[in-house]
Design a protein around this ligand. Sequence first.
Ligand code: HEC
Length: 182
Amino acid sequence: MDMKQIRFAQLAVVLGAGLFMAACGGGESEGPVVPPPPAPAEYADKHMPAGWWTDAAKLEEGRKLFIGDTNPDVNCASCHGKDGKPVKAGARDFRKGDRMSLYSDSVWFWRISEGVPNTKMKAWKSKLSDEDRWKLVLFERNFGLAGKAWDNEKKSWVDAASVSAAPAAPAAAPAAPAPAGK
Ligand code: HEC
């Protein structure tokens, strides 16, 4: 190599590194924001139980599940991070509200239930009841979509207070709570 070729090689290395960093968003490991696939038919009509979006107790139960406090075999935080900052490469970053706002509650629940094929995200439906999976949706959405609720009419995330204020159920005679346990 003569001097010119060496200069060119050096330049190529510098440019290459720059492109690489740009592609990685300067340290962000997730790719471009793309919508998730639609939930399959058996999940498309499943939604957060009425009243849960603003239920602080359910949220707290979701937190305990997420960090493995309720059941050490279920520890979402071991990959997704206690504070929502992923600790395992490739784990979804729930703090990214722009991406997560493209997930309906049904999609979110479907992914937790069935996992994502060919990734470290496995299916959890055999270890977690439907209710527990909804509590996890509730908690995980808090990282990037705090105070929001999925509005299935509008097909978007809206202020949770506006959803619970909607006359979904008459104020009187709340439904009997499901028996604890299962
Ligand atoms: C062993 C590591 C690991 C554990 C434990 C784990 N996840 Fe994940 N999770 C991942 C990875 C990796 C992805 C990204 C999959 C992909 O590429 O779409 C992911 C993605 C997700 C997604 C988004 C799926 C999508 O389509 O983008 C949700 C929701 C999710 N995880 C919830 C959970 C919940 C809830 C738990 C605990 C019950 C959990 N995860 C436990 C690794 C993990």
